[in-house]
Design a protein around this ligand. Structure first.
Ligand code: ATP
Length: 231
């Protein structure tokens, strides 16, 4: 019989937990493949999707936080490997990843490996994040390739911002076992199926009167239609 999925922080399984933050405006198959392929490539127990309530690095999302949270819940329904954390949606302050990681570190305890999953575009912008160097004290960072951004082999570390290149030189690993053997502190690139899907593309298609079908789950598409989002 298949064992019941481990609820983060409450189960006996002490393997690494993946954390995937995003605006999810709306969630699409690029996000979902990122979560699934990260789990497999990095040996994660599960991946927790964390929709931003009030993202500091970008314009106000087009859809409200409750809609974006609802779409994430629909998208992951039935997959016990994926979970959702509504902490940022419920919070009143800006959605700084470092604050979320502090909250989750307190929840999971000091020994549990946590892995923050980001795409290459988000990783390149890491030095602009609030207290970005503290992120490595709280979690590992795993970086996926993304179409439109140079593959890791070519851009690392030379083409990164100097401070990020320096962090990569000190923290780089290509072994998933390094993520399991420490609670935080490593940077690991990994490859996923390249998918040139973005939430902006989905929004643009809808705004132009085209269908985003097969770029987002059907349940998400139905929700978008029902609530007349992104028109
Ligand atoms: P937008 O187009 O509105 O900027 P987005 O598609 O980049 O949105 P976000 O919610 O901002 O989606 O992304 C959350 C995380 O998922 C980021 O770390 C981002 O790099 C990653 N990500 C999103 N889409 C992909 C993709 N197709 N391939 C790899 N990573 C992705």
């Amino acid at each position: 019989m298949k064992p019941l999925p481990t609820e983060p922080g409450t189960g006996s399984n002490a393997g690494p937990i993946g954390l995937l933050g995003g605006t999810f405006d709306p969630i699409h198959f690029g996000h979902l493949r990122l979560a699934v392929e990260a789990r497999e490539a990095l040996g994660l127990v599960n991946v927790c999707l964390i929709p931003a309530g009030n993202p500091p690095h970008r314009d106000t999302p087009m859809s409200g936080a409750d809609h974006r949270l609802a779409m994430v819940e629909l998208a992951i329904a039935g997959n016990p490997d994926l979970q959702v954390d509504d902490g940022e949606v419920r919070a009143t302050q800006k959605s700084y990843s470092v604050l979320t990681l502090e909250r989750l570190r307190a929840k999971f305890g000091p020994a549990r490996p946590l892995v923050l999953i980001v795409g290459a575009d988000a990783f390149n912008g890491l030095p602009t994040w609030h207290r970005w160097e503290s992120l490595f004290e709280l979690a590992h960072v795993a970086v996926a390739n993304r179409p439109g951004f140079a593959p890791h082999e070519r851009c690392w570390p030379g083409e990164l911002a100097p401070a990020l290149a320096d962090a990569c030189r000190r923290r780089l690993t290509r072994e998933a076992s390094d993520l399991a053997s420490a609670p935080a502190g490593r940077i690991m690139p990994f490859d996923m199926t390249p998918l040139a899907i973005s939430a902006s593309l989905v929004r643009d298609l809808i705004r132009a009167g085209h269908s985003p079908r097969y770029l987002v789950p059907d349940t998400v598409l139905d929700y978008i239609d029902l609530h007349q989002l992104y028109k």
